[in-house]
Design a protein around this ligand. Structure first.
Ligand code: GAR
Length: 208
C-alpha cells in the first residue's frame, strides 16, 4: 500500500508511523510522500531524515483558495496513494480531494470523538477545553474523513486518564504517548493488511 502523510507541525505522529514501519509494526506500507502546508514544519525534516520525499504546499504561495486546493490535490495525486493520512494537518481538506479519495483518507484527532471535536478544536486547544470542562477521561480517535469536521466514521479510539494538576501541555503529551502514537500506526497496518471490517451496525472495526 502506498500512503501519503499530510502534516502541519512537529510531526510526532509522522515519526510514530516511520518508526513503526522500520520496526515491522506496520507492514505492506510505503510512505510515498509527506506534504506539509508549512515550510517550517519540523515534520519535513523528519521525512528527509527517513529518506521519504517531502514537499511543502503553502497557502501563501497562491492567490486564491482554489489554486491552493488544486496544488494540494496535484501533490497528492502525484504520489498515487492508496491511503491519505492526516497526521496533524490543520487545513480543511478540499471537497474535491474528499470526493476523489472517498474512504481512503484517515485523520487522527486528540480527543474521544464526538467530545471536543469540530470547528476550532485542534492541537493544544482541545486539551485546554478538556481541562476547562473537568472531564476525567479523554483520548484519541482515528476516523475516516468525510465532508464535515471530525464527523466521519470512527475506526479506532483509545482512552487516556486525566490527572490532577494536568496542564494542556502535559495532557497533550500523555494523549500522544498513550493513544495517538499507538492507534494511528495500528490503523494504518490494519488497513494495509485488510484487517478492517464493517459490522452489522455499519460501524468500522479493526480485526485482530
Ligand atoms: C496531534 O495531537 C494531532 O492529534 C492533532 O495535532 C497534533 C499534531 O502533532 N490534530 C488535530 O488537532 C486535528 N484536529 P504532531 O505534528 O506532533 O503529530
Amino acid at each position: 500500500m502506498r500512503a501519503v502523510v499530510m502534516v502541519s507541525g512537529g510531526g510526532t505522529n509522522l515519526q510514530a508511523i516511520l518508526d513503526a514501519i522500520r520496526d515491522g509494526k506496520i507492514t505492506n506500507t510505503e510512505i510515498c510522500g509527506v506534504i506539509s502546508n508549512r515550510p517550517d514544519a519540523y515534520a519535513l525534516t523528519r521525512a528527509q531524515k527517513a529518506g521519504v520525499p517531502a514537499i511543502c504546499v503553502s497557502r501563501k504561495s497562491f492567490e486564491t483558495r482554489q489554486e491552493f486546493a488544486d496544488a494540494l490535490l496535484a501533490a497528492v495525486d502525484s504520489c498515487k496513494p492508496d491511503l491519505i493520512v492526516l497526521a496533524g494537518f490543520l487545513v480543511i481538506i478540499p471537497e474535491e480531494m474528499i470526493r476523489r479519495y472517498e474512504g481512503k483518507i484517515i485523520n487522527i484527532h486528540p480527543s474521544l470523538i464526538p467530545s471536543f471535536c469540530g470547528d476550532g478544536f485542534y492541537g493544544l486547544h482541545v486539551h485546554e477545553r478538556v481541562l476547562a470542562r473537568g472531564v476525567k477521561v479523554t483520548g484519541a480517535t482515528v476516523h475516516f474523513v468525510d465532508e464535515g469536521t471530525d464527523t466521519g466514521p470512527i475506526l479506532l479510539q483509545k482512552a487516556v486518564a486525566i490527572e490532577p494538576d494536568d496542564t494542556p501541555e502535559v495532557l497533550q503529551r500523555r494523549v500522544m504517548e498513550q493513544a495517538e502514537w499507538q492507534i494511528l500506526p495500528k490503523a494504518i497496518d490494519a488497513i494495509a493488511n485488510g484487517r478492517i471490517r464493517k459490522d452489522a451496525n455499519g460501524n468500522w472495526f479493526v480485526t485482530e
